[in-house]
Design a protein. Structure first.
Length: 116
């Protein structure tokens, strides 16, 4: 399976915004629950936001009201709009693709750095 590809990370000041994208192959995208995870230095990888095939979403408490996850099934792409960023949001953000119990793919990650 071809791993998904993230883009859109970068350096931003506190209070700023970024939008991450994750592109996956069409054959798997249309079957998958998609998610964004992040890992800060010295910390475990944590779930940020999840979106189901039908568009149901779930967010970590720390990002509720600031981040929005979405998917465009026609473009095989998932997005994470991140607003009101703060330094605690700094980390490597990973795209996750999950199809049933047998297929799980991770992207290579994209760095997000929020300066104070």
């Amino acid at each position: 399976q071809v791993r998904p590809v993230e883009s859109g990370g970068g350096l931003v000041q506190a209070g700023g915004s970024l939008r991450l994208s994750c592109a996956a192959s069409g054959s798997i995208f249309r079957l998958a629950t998609m998610g964004w995870y992040r890992q800060a230095p010295g910390n475990q990888r944590e779930s940020v936001a999840i979106i189901s095939l039908t568009g149901n979403t779930n967010y970590a408490d720390s990002v509720k009201g600031r981040f929005t996850i979405s998917r465009d099934n026609g473009k095989n792409t998932m997005y994470l709009q991140m607003n009101s960023l703060n330094p605690e949001d700094t980390g490597v953000y990973y795209c996750n693709v999950l199809v049933g119990r047998n297929v799980e793919l991770w992207g290579q990650g994209t760095q997000v750095t929020v300066s104070s």
